[in-house]
Design a protein around this ligand. Structure first.
Ligand SMILES: *[C@@H]1O[C@H](CO)[C@@H](O)[C@H](O)[C@H]1NC(C)=O
Ligand SMILES: *[C@@H]1O[C@H](CO)[C@@H](O)[C@H](O)[C@H]1NC(C)=O
Ligand SMILES: *[C@@H]1O[C@H](CO)[C@@H](O)[C@H](O)[C@H]1NC(C)=O
Ligand SMILES: *[C@@H]1O[C@H](CO)[C@@H](O)[C@H](O)[C@H]1NC(C)=O
Length: 958
């Protein structure tokens, strides 16, 4: 055998090197495309070649050259193989993830289910059969034969859906509790810059991330794990099923949680994560112009390499055919060969150009969609989905015109956190679907706020804002499946699909819908004991099929004008059709009493009559007839920063932060929110549609020292008036205890939690008898709110309270509060809970209860222990504030509280805990159409009796 000096060492690497390249060795059938290439090559090149140069030296053809030519040709074949198109699956399909050791080992049949099959909610009841991790049949309920050896679960009409699919998650790459050492989401380094198409989320995954199990418990069975969005090209994403240790050995192996485990590597789907807009701009300090150039330059290079690949492949096919030794040797050793057949760095970018990678772009704003669509036309790549895309509703036709059926993978209500999220619109799902743009909801899971466990909550919210029910359910099942081109396996409950299935405790689009069981590949993943225990107090939904969740009420502009234009303070307003009221000093009508149909008369902002014998309206009265009227006290939100911060990433929209350089020792240095508050902004609109009439806002703390919060009204202000908009100048003194109290800079005065607790004690001791703010705090005249999460830090505060009994101490946050609930109850310390749907996101929250179906809810534990508590919503900004009544409904469901108690969680309890000066006769009240603690409840009017006016009238919000 001829030994030829190895000129091209990389070739050997390419053949036997690392994992990703090994797949090039496997035999890939020549696709139609490469067949065409060969035919063309034959006609254009090989035939003439043969004529001139019929090779005499074929026998001396070196084995080395031939092997390398063949290796190159196999790569060429792979380049030109399009992703496999799978047929509609048949019930005989095999689930490649199944294994005989831990795979589904007995046929299961769920009887009498209400079924959303991925397309629609089917009429009637069904039996669903699955075996070996695959759905075998779906038949009308009662028709499936009773057979022995089959495990049967009769569901009495309960709802089932396909396992949910999350198009955008970062769990596994960044595991919970988050630690510096395990944050592998963004490849940000000086070495690579903002183009890292060659990195892969699979290299970041930790197949032990506890978030995976929490996410699955929310019914999310498949997730696309994407690299972060710091980079213009962030790298490749991978699909997983959210079942850890799902292989035969039960070990924590990444390969075994991949959705395409069991599929040959070269046949697996590939996904590229890209980003436009603010993130790469901020991280790399380029403008949008610079970022576009960086990207286009890269694509130009990739295009040119692709052309070289094609040229080399054409020549290779030709010389192979000719058998010309010299030509083969020359081609194999040509400098183009390396670049053409061995460009790992450009592999994924070139695959983009060849249509072999699904492109998922983080992109929010109209100008960024337009720019990215322009790039896709310039270089010829197809975008699968725009992610986040909070402004997509502004340009649905622009997106549609691309002709690529691009999916908008978005949030239903998250927003305002940065400029590019400031156009967030609660109606976006409806608007986009009206334009036939496919909509998917996704989590962006990484924090408690984006917890993928609650993916369905987004679809349900979108439904309340008029996305039709089928589309809302498709948005977390079949739409993401189609977008990802895995709709031959997941996203549907139909014969032949993977047996990923969720049994819900109520209609999936209703408030608080929670899985009773989640099957992944036919394997039950929830422990029935825990499900029962965590659901113990929840009332059983009657009939999920008939209890269809409501959508928000919209009124015509004419009706609105007529009602709202009257300056209602002047005349009488008569509201008919009130079914439930949760006011004091009013007829007690609670839920369930269908016979109630009361009338309320309001004059000058106060109720003058409420009952079934109020005077009949006169011609001058404004009459409102409700179908399902509710009257509630105005809700009070202990806000994130309402009135003090509009867009967290924009300093110019914020009042600023309390300096961390002052130790907080000096009462004279304390900051008062009443001096900084601005009474407008988009967050106020959301407060109004949530029936939130009052908010408590504290100065933003940088560390231990907070400041004094202010009480503000959220009503629309006709005249700019601080006197009218502020209802209480000074509410409480705030401190942060825990990780947030630790300073980050050398100049910060508090550098440890211990130092914060010491300082807190010292402040109380030093000022006990003084007539300053701290003196008032020490003697309980003003409440002290400690923002604290961890159970041990809370326990420290229980001790402080014991040592300073007159202190009026309030715990805010309280992830760990359920763990010390008895101590809190005994010490009489109330809690304003923001961890209603908590999660072990950080180390200090690592023992937070994650709630049903895995654990009891935080509210259930606090309630059982007799702790006085209310609810608030945490986050970066107040974009979720409209959900306050829904949160109350959720807490009440799993804590077994009645509706009156639920209302109290977000009104009277907060007032009581913070000693707010709200007497019944001056309490705001809000008239709703529909139940505020269910999706679809809509504020009709709110009243401010103190000012004698209508606070809002059919408020609207984007
Ligand atoms: C199936 O597997 C489960 C869990 O490993 C086991 O408890 C059960 O006994 C098995 N059933 C059969 C029929 O083998
Ligand atoms: C299914 O369950 C519902 C609700 O319990 C019941 O009314 C119905 O009769 C059941 N249908 C069958 C076929 O068992
Ligand atoms: C676009 O995608 C949606 C959602 O996956 C699908 O229902 C629809 O049929 C697609 N439309 C076209 C024209 O392919
Ligand atoms: C409620 O009572 C009013 C009369 O006061 C009547 O017009 C209306 O139809 C009733 N609504 C219901 C749902 O019974």
């Amino acid at each position: 055998m001829d030994q030829v000096p190895i000129k091209h060492a990389p070739i050997l690497l390419a053949l036997g090197g690392d994992k990703s390249r090994r797949r090039y060795r496997t035999k890939v059938p020549l696709s139609a495309l490469s067949a065409i290439t060969i035919v063309l090559a034959f006609q254009l090149l090989i035939l003439p070649y043969y004529v001139y140069q019929k090779s005499p030296s074929a026998l001396r053809l070196s084995q080395y050259h031939l092997e390398h030519l063949d290796a190159g040709l196999r790569k060429c074949a792979e380049y030109n193989t399009p992703p496999i198109q799978y047929p509609v699956p048949a019930s005989t399909r095999i689930n490649p993830r199944w294994n005989p050791k831990t795979g589904q080992n007995e046929t299961i049949i769920l009887r009498n289910v209400t079924l959303f099959d991925g397309d629609t909610i089917l009429k009637g009841a069904y039996d669903v059969e699955f075996a070996d991790g695959v759905f075998k049949s779906v038949s009308a309920a009662g028709t499936f034969p009773i057979t022995s050896g089959i495990k049967t679960w009769n569901l009495d009409g309960k709802f089932i859906t396909p396992g949910l699919i999350d198009l955008h998650s970062h769990h596994l790459a960044m595991s919970w509790p988050m630690l510096a050492a395990t944050d592998d989401t963004n490849e940000v380094s000086d070495d690579f810059g903002s183009l890292t198409p060659f990195v892969r989320s699979i290299d970041a995954m930790k197949a032990y991330d506890v978030a995976t199990t929490i996410i699955a418990s929310g019914g999310v069975t498949s997730s696309l794990i994407l690299p972060g969005s710091a980079n213009i090209m962030g790298g490749e994403g991978f699909l997983v099923k959210n079942l850890l240790r799902s292989g035969p050995t039960g070990e924590e192996v990444v390969e075994e949680i991949l959705l395409e485990h069991g599929v040959p590597k070269e046949e697996r789907r590939r996904y590229m994560k890209m980003a436009c807009g603010e993130n790469p701009r901020r991280v790399y300090k380029h403008t949008r112009m610079g970022n576009a150039w960086i990207f286009r330059k890269h694509m130009e290079r990739a295009s040119s390499v692709r052309e070289k690949q094609d040229a080399w492949c054409l020549s290779a096919a030709a010389v192979k055919e000719s058998g010309d030794v010299a030509a083969i040797a020359e081609l194999v050793q040509s400098p183009q060969r390396d670049e053409a057949t061995d460009s790992l760095e450009l592999d994924s970018t070139i695959a983009m150009l060849r249509g072999k990678i699904g492109i998922n772009v983080h992109c929010y704003e109209p100008e960024d969609f337009e720019d990215m669509l322009g790039h896709s036309k310039e270089f010829g790549f197809r975008i699968q989905a725009f992610h986040h895309a909070l402004s997509a509703w502004q340009v649905p036709e622009l997106i549609k015109e691309s002709g690529e059926n691009i999916t908008i993978a978005t949030f239903s209500e998250f927003g305002f956190s940065k400029k590019e999220g400031y156009e967030s619109n609660l109606w976006a799902g409806k608007i986009l679907s009206d334009h036939e743009v496919p909509v998917a909801y996704k989590s962006d899971h990484v924090t408690e706020e984006t917890n993928a466990k609650y993916l369905l909550f987004q679809a349900a919210t979108a439904h309340a804002f008029h996305l039709p029910a089928d589309l809302a359910l498709q948005s977390v099942t079949s739409v993401p499946a189609r977008s990802l081109e895995i709709d031959h396996r997941v996203g549907f409950v139909k014969p032949g699909y993977d047996a990923d299935l969720v049994v819900w405790d109520s209609h999936p689009l209703s408030m608080g819908a929670t899985p009773l069981q989640v099957y992944i590949d036919g394997r039950a993943t929830l422990d029935p004991k825990k499900v029962t225990e965590s659901h113990a107090k929840a009332a059983v939904a009657k009939d999920p099929w008939t209890e269809h969740p409501k959508q928000r009420k919209i009124v015509s502009t004419a009706v609105k004008k007529e009602l709202c234009g009257l300056g209602a303070a002047a005349g009488r307003i008569i509201v008919k059709g009130i079914k439930e009221s949760y006011l004091d000093n009013s007829p007690v009508i609670e839920s369930g009493s269908d016979s109630n149909n009361l009338t309320m008369v309001i004059q000058g902002g106060s109720i003058t009559c409420f009952g079934d014998s109020c005077p009949s309206p006169s011609a001058a009265d404004t009459v409102i007839e409700l179908e399902n009227g509710f009257v509630l006290p105005g809700l009070t939100s202990v806000s994130v920063s309402l009135g003090l911060l509009e867009i967290p990433s924009e300093q110019g929209t914020s009042d600023g932060k309390v300096s961390t350089q002052s130790s907080g020792s000096n009462a004279e240095e304390v900051v008062y929110a009443k001096y900084g508050v601005h009474l407008d902004g988009k967050n106020f609109n959301r407060a109004r549609i949530g029936g939130v009439t009052r908010a408590i806002s504290a100065p933003a703390a940088g560390g231990f020292a907070g400041g004094v919060s202010v009480g503000i009204k959220t009503k629309e202000q006709k005249i700019l008036s601080l006197d009218d908009g502020i209802f209480q100048d000074e509410v409480a003194l705030h401190f942060q205890i825990g990780q947030k109290s630790k300073g980050k800079k050398a100049t910060d005065s508090i550098s440890s939690i211990a130092a914060a607790i010491s300082k807190f004690r010292q402040i109380l001791t030093d000022n006990k008898d003084k007539h300053n703010l701290y003196g008032k705090a020490a003697n309980g005249t003003i409440p002290v709110v400690a923002h604290v999460e961890n159970e041990y830090d809370i326990a420290q505060l229980v001790r402080v309270k014991k040592d300073y009994p007159s202190l009026n101490l309030v715990i805010m946050g309280g992830s760990g509060a359920p763990l010390v609930a008895d101590e809190l109850a005994a010490a009489g310390i109330p809690v304003i809970l923001t961890a209603n749907r908590g999660a072990p996101q950080t180390w200090e929250k690592r023992n937070a209860l994650v709630g049903p179906p895995l654990t009891k809810s935080a509210a259930a534990v606090l309630s059982d222990a007799g702790v006085t508590f209310g609810l608030a919503i945490a986050g970066e900004v107040d974009a979720h504030i409209h959900n306050l009544p829904i949160e109350a409904g959720w807490a009440a469901k799993y804590a077994g509280l009645g509706k009156r108690e639920a209302v109290d969680l977000v009104s009277r309890n907060i007032e009581r805990i913070l000693s707010l000066d709200v007497r019944e006769e001056k309490r705001d009240f809000v008239v709703w159409e529909g139940d505020p603690m269910e999706f679809g409840g809509t504020v009709v009017l709110s009243f401010d009796p103190e000012a004698g006016v209508v606070g809002t009238c059919w408020p609207e919000s984007t």
